[in-house]
Design a protein around this ligand. Structure first.
Ligand SMILES: [Zn+2]
Length: 154
């Protein structure tokens, strides 16, 4: 039996084999399948693929949409986490220092983070140059990329 679950970290739908206990999301997050809400179940992988596509289209509506359909509270924890990091990063004016606080905060809380995590915090800080900032941090060896599109503070 296959199922469709949504990753609590990157909010993307994924098709999973429900005989497994966990599934590894592309963002690096380990999804506990027992606890995850199953949005769709089928033995037909084609049906699973189309359900994933449909759900991802709905999720493109963003976090609000995700909260509506999942009704889970772990999003609130993530929001708290972001606002904590935003609060401490706001206390410094130097841009590089600010970015360093952001990536250290994300790494402390999540072990590793994705560009989506980074972007959310930067949005809250009013910083628009997300990719540029990420490259700067990589160049300065403040962060590294252990897996593709997954980052950690050094
Ligand atoms: Zn994910």
């Amino acid at each position: 039996m296959f199922g469709v679950v949504v990753c609590s970290r990157c909010k993307r739908a994924r098709g999973v084999d429900l005989r497994s206990k966990t599934a590894r999301c592309q963002c690096g997050n380990q999804i506990q399948l027992k606890e995850a809400k199953k949005f769709f179940e089928s033995n037909d992988q084609r049906e699973i693929a189309s359900a994933v596509g449909k759900l991802n289209a709905e999720l493109a509506g963003g976090t609000e949409e995700w909260e509506k359909i999942s009704g889970k509270s772990d999003t609130a924890d993530t929001e708290d986490l972001y606002s904590e990091i935003v609060a401490s990063a706001s206390s410094v004016t130097n841009q590089k220092e600010r970015l360093t606080i952001v990536v250290r905060g994300l790494t402390d809380a999540l072990e590793s983070f994705t560009i989506e995590d980074f972007e959310k915090v930067l949005n809250n800080l009013g910083i628009k140059k997300v990719e540029e900032s990420l490259h700067l941090l990589l160049e300065e060896n403040i962060i590294y990329e252990p897996r593709k599109d997954v980052f950690c503070a050094v």
